[in-house]
Design a binder for this molecule. Structure first.
Ligand code: ATP
Ligand code: MG
Length: 759
């Protein structure tokens, strides 16, 4: 009814409403952080379905993470119920992987193609470099891969690459003249393995649309509405896909913020925003200036930072929210102390303001910074989750089982074959695998055909073992054809010997790995049982899994936990309290981003993204000393700190040192101690956490030889008990280990004296 519609639209301000109800024609919203861009997209979709009676199947919405898509879908569901599940919504990669699954045969791929992750790609490149007899120190897999990836994202095929003298000259000047050849071989090998890497999903969609106008036309008719969030971070390949899709109906809505463009290093192109106006002369441009997320202090501080960038579209972001508290600057003596200060501040904030753990986020520039934070939070018994980093699906045991599942679905998957053929050990060495691949190449047949006729190529025991392997894979296929993903996976885990091997490993790590594999099986069960899953096959499950981004980690979702993540991961999110840690020169801005103004401005935009995640309270911290690359380094406060207008800033007291930050006025210094209520010597922690009893060494305690002691080793000390080596220090002839003991904290031990047992 009209009333309901009015009520619905009341939740928007005037320009937002305009962005929602003008559903026809091209629309672009470029606006500052927290101004409701994502909200407009969400409402626009709900409005299309509910009030314009548009079929949800004809809406495509592209988001930055699958998690963002899920959240959007949940919100839309509140308005339109089950209809929301039929919207094509997700990341570019997942949406177009889905499309390719039905159309790949047009470009020579089967629908059960494998998706190679970055590890698969790099290991394939390594093999090719080796086969070509090239030096793998010159042709590093990382470097070659990023060159190929860059080319694909600019829609340069291997043929174009080889025929373009500019690329050739560039590679020659880098002393890597053979990259074009490697690109060609890499593409051919992927094709032969029925595999696409991440970039291929976009590259091949473009190829499909270009070479098969009939297919393109089908989707142009089907997707009458195309919407894109975080438009500032799309690359050319993504841009062209949306352009092609929307070219008939022209119902395309994009939202973004040039000040938050943080993926230029991955080929995202801010030029897309400017081109958009040229591509759509009838473009409706909407500006949103009111920020609903953050306090005035936070909004103003963010504005004072971003104006320091030369390259930006001018925006006037303001808020009618409360002034809020000043931004607090925390100074620590070391990275470990920084962790402690952050943890104790969270503890204090929770006590004083009734916050939940989930109201806090700790953001950092690089993943490695999470360690000190994790330790401190664990000591204070505060639950946390790390988003990104080594995610669940990147763990070895998980990849091993997935390797089996992948190979059961696609017997040409070279990378999966390499991973599993001798796992658990069955006496099939690398050389046998190489023989198989060379044979497939020479004979011009698939890997599987070679495997099925292995007696021609590999004899002896290895040949026999391969024969058994083939029989086993065949039995998996038979199961797969009549069972769903869960039953198949269970059977594979059992019959491959993987579960048994982990089960028999009685170490703590072994047990963990066993549980992880069980957890993967649980995830598959959940997938199969989910009423929204239409296709319950193993192939469908694998596709979903290979498209999870780091932000979509399937780590058991902790409900009430502090979130730890990189700033890149935090895009689009919001938290009541945000800590941005490691505000130091060479760390943030990153050392690698200091060489040009453009790079430095990208770092500053990243800082802007970090600040604007905070709703109520923002903390910035830095350490005076930090271990980096195994050495203790003295650090200087980040130049970005002095970008912030000091009116919005307050310097907090810190343990160890009391001088205010140079260049930053400490006008509120001492007003309120960050560790108020925390006597300095005794960090407040739940009682049971501080154990004071001395350690009783194990009855069989015998010191080990510590000459091979390395970071990460777990050790026992007769007095300090168990601990983990966190750093090694060599000072002249003295080797020292810095060990974090479970009961006694950090100790520096001289190895020539210490009696340690490596456990
Ligand atoms: P970012 O640039 O960080 O992605 P954004 O522009 O997408 O931010 P949203 O996340 O859509 O901003 O909105 C920020 C917050 O403000 C959200 O919590 C949203 O619900 C709220 N908000 C936006 N518009 C309104 C409004 N008109 N009334 C009330 N709350 C609003
Ligand atoms: Mg947003």
């Amino acid at each position: 009814s009209l009333d309901a519609e009015e009520e619905f639209l009341k939740e928007l301000n005037e320009p937002q409403r305009e962005g929602v109800i003008n559903t026809e024609g091209p629309t672009m919203i470029i606006a500052g952080a927290g101004s409701g861009k994502t909200r407009v997209l969400t409402y626009r979709i709900a409005y299309l379905i509910k009030y314009k009676h548009v079929d949800p199947f004809s809406i495509m919405a592209l988001t930055f993470t699958n998690k963002a898509a899920r959240e959007m879908r949940n919100r839309i569901e509140k308005v339109v119920d089950n209809d929301a599940r039929n919207i094509w919504m997700g990341t570019f990669h997942s949406v177009f992987a889905r499309l390719l699954r039905s159309e790949a045969h047009h470009i020579g791929y089967p629908s059960n193609f494998t998706i190679y992750d970055a590890d698969d790609s790099k290991s394939l490149i390594k093999s090719i470099v080796k086969e070509q007899g090239l030096d793998d120190k010159v042709y590093k897999a990382n470097a070659v891969f990023s060159r190929i990836s860059g080319a694909k994202n600019n829609l340069v095929s291997w043929k174009d690459y080889i025929n373009n003298p500019l690329y050739q000259a560039d590679d020659e000047s880098q002393m890597r003249p053979h990259i074009g050849k490697l690109y060609q071989l890499y593409v051919q090998r992927c094709f032969k393995a029925d595999a696409m890497d991440f970039d291929d999903l976009l590259f091949n969609t473009n190829l499909l649309f270009k070479e098969h106008p009939d297919v393109l036309n089908k989707y142009q008719q089907r997707f009458q509405y195309v919407l894109v969030d975080e438009f500032q971070d799309t690359n050319i390949s993504q841009y062209l896909i949306t352009k092609r899709l929307a070219s008939v109906r022209q119902n395309i809505a994009v939202v973004g913020d040039d000040a938050q463009s943080i993926y230029a290093f991955r080929g995202a192109n801010i030029q897309n925003i400017l081109n958009f106006e040229k591509d759509y002369p009838d473009l409706r441009i909407i500006k949103l200036e009111q920020n609903y997320r953050s306090t005035q202090n936070i909004v103003n501080a963010a504005n004072s930072v971003i104006v320091k960038n030369k390259a930006q579209l001018h925006k006037n972001v303001w808020t009618s929210n409360q002034e809020g508290r000043l931004i607090e600057l925390i100074k620590a003596v070391s990275d470990n102390e920084e962790g402690k200060l952050v943890a104790s501040t969270i503890f204090e904030q929770k006590m004083n303001h009734q916050y939940h753990n989930s109201d806090f986020a700790v953001l950092y520039r690089t993943n490695s910074q999470s360690r000190a934070m994790e330790e401190a939070l664990r000591r204070m018994n505060i639950k946390y989750k790390v988003v990104g980093g080594l995610s669940f699906y990147q763990r070895k045991e998980i990849k091993d089982l997935l390797g089996y599942l992948r190979f059961a679905v696609n017997q040409n998957d070279e990378q999966a074959l390499r991973r599993i053929i001798n796992l658990p050990k069955r006496g099939i060495g690398d050389s046998s695998v190489d023989k198989i691949i060379v044979a497939a190449d020479e004979q011009g047949v698939s890997l599987w055909e070679i495997l099925e006729n292995i007696h021609h190529f590999v004899g002896g025991r290895a040949g026999e073992a391969i024969k058994n392997f083939v029989t086993m894979i065949k039995s998996f296929r038979i199961t797969m054809e009549k069972s769903d993903a869960y039953d198949t996976a269970q059977m594979v885990a059992k019959n491959s010997g993987l579960l048994k091997e982990l089960y028999e490993d009685k170490t703590v790590e072994g047990l963990n790995r066993y549980e992880n594999v069980q957890e993967l099986l649980n995830a598959i069960k959940e997938f199969v049982d989910n009423p929204e899953t239409n296709d319950k096959t193993l192939g469908a499950f694998l596709q979903e899994v290979s498209l999870l981004t780091d932000a979509d980690d399937k780590n058991k979702e902790l409900d009430d936990a502090v979130t730890l993540m990189t700033i890149h991961m935090a895009k689009g999110l919001e938290f009541k309290n945000v800590f941005v840690v490691g505000m130091e020169e060479d760390l943030f801005p990153s050392q690698m981003m200091l060489s040009s103004r453009a790079d430095l401005e990208e770092e500053r935009r990243l800082f802007y993204v970090a600040i604007t995640r905070a709703e109520q309270h923002l903390f910035l911290s830095y350490a005076l000393n930090r271990y980096r690359y195994g050495r203790l380094k003295t650090c200087e406060p980040s130049r970005f700190l002095s970008d912030i207008d000091t009116t919005y800033l307050q310097v907090s007291k810190s343990i160890g040192s009391h001088e205010p930050l140079p260049g930053v006025q400490a006008q509120h210094f001492g007003k309120r101690s960050l560790i108020a209520g925390f006597p300095e010597q005794k960090p407040q922690a739940p009682r049971h956490f501080v154990k004071q009893t001395a350690h009783q060494p194990s009855s069989d305690f015998k010191p080990s030889d510590t000459s091979n002691l390395i970071v990460g080793n777990r050790v026992e000390h007769p007095k300090f008990g168990f601990g983990k080596v966190i750093r090694m220090d060599v000072d002249g002839a003295n080797r020292k280990a810095i060990i974090d003991f479970e009961q006694f904290g950090e100790k520096t031990l001289l190895l020539s004296f210490a009696k340690l047992r490596i456990v």
